[in-house]
Design a protein around this ligand. Structure first.
Ligand code: GLP
Length: 248
């Protein structure tokens, strides 16, 4: 049975998620190990990152033993572009904490087309070599995508180049000053990559996400809504605010 936790608002929920991330980091620190985290972009995790920055600045949470792998990046995309997930991650988290730059991994939007497949395999290998992801956080797109695993993604898919759905590009249009400027492709961890994480937390806030949250949690498991695959895993928790949970 899928674990679903509903909080009154996203601020409260974000603090709880940040506290769980901090627990993983501190637990690993205590035993002299690295914490391997899968991170997400988008509006949804911003307050979680704000809270992690606060925990670093005010409560001495260190990220020296943390290794991160981001879910996805637009393709093509220059890392220093305003819309890149590299820019997003540094602005919202990495620039404000003591993580080592070498421990940050984000899919490379500058690869030559011929190099993408090998790069993606290597991303998987790097995660595996570290013993896998301890915790993966996720948002959800209105198509039901996790990472950029759009409808049609296979449950065992790995990191790869994908074509973005029309609705996903429309939702991103504001960031790019028009849908025409939104890349048509992205590099994303696969559903299978995400599934290997020891713990997965999918977050969603606001009424806008209520219909897709209903489908993800109560709908038939199908590649048409990739987030429904999460119903098959017993280490997933959906963390919602009341608005996102309002159709359940
Ligand atoms: C983006 C990201 C996803 C994210 C989703 C929702 O396209 N690739 O990882 O979960 O869309 O975004 P938001 O949190 O802004 O609603």
């Amino acid at each position: 049975k899928l674990a679903v936790t509903v909080y009154p608002d996203q601020q409260t929920a974000s603090k709880k998620v940040a506290a769980r991330i901090a627990d993983v980091i501190r637990g690993k620190q205590a035993s002299g190990e690295k914490a391997v985290l899968g991170l997400a972009t988008g509006v949804t995790p911003i307050r979680v990152y704000n809270e992690l920055v606060r925990l670093h600045k005010e409560e001495g949470l260190s990220f020296k033993n943390v290794i991160t792998f981001n879910l996805d990046e637009y393709y093509p995309m220059k890392p220093d572009a305003a819309q890149s997930y590299v820019t997003f991650m540094y602005e919202n988290l990495f620039s404000h904490i003591d993580i080592e730059k070498a421990n940050v991994h984000i899919p490379d939007g500058t690869l030559a087309a011929d190099d993408v497949a090998e790069w993606c395999l290597n991303y998987e290998k790097q995660i595996e070599a570290l013993g896998g992801l301890d915790l993966q956080i996720l948002g959800i797109g209105r198509t039901g995508h996790i990472g950029f695993n759009e409808p049609g993604s296979a449950p065992n898919s790995g990191t790869r180049l994908v074509t973005l759905d029309d609705l996903t590009r429309a939702d991103a249009a504001r960031d790019f000053g028009g849908k025409a400027n939104v890349p048509t492709k992205a590099i994303t961890m696969g559903v299978g990559t995400i599934f290997k994480a020891r713990e997965i937390i999918l977050m969603a806030w606001s009424k806008k996400k209520a219909p897709i949250i209903k489908k993800a949690i109560e709908g038939e498991i199908s590649g048409e809504v990739p987030a429904t695959y999460l119903q098959l895993s017993d280490n997933v928790e959906f963390v919602l605010d009341e608005d996102a949970a309002s159709d359940l």
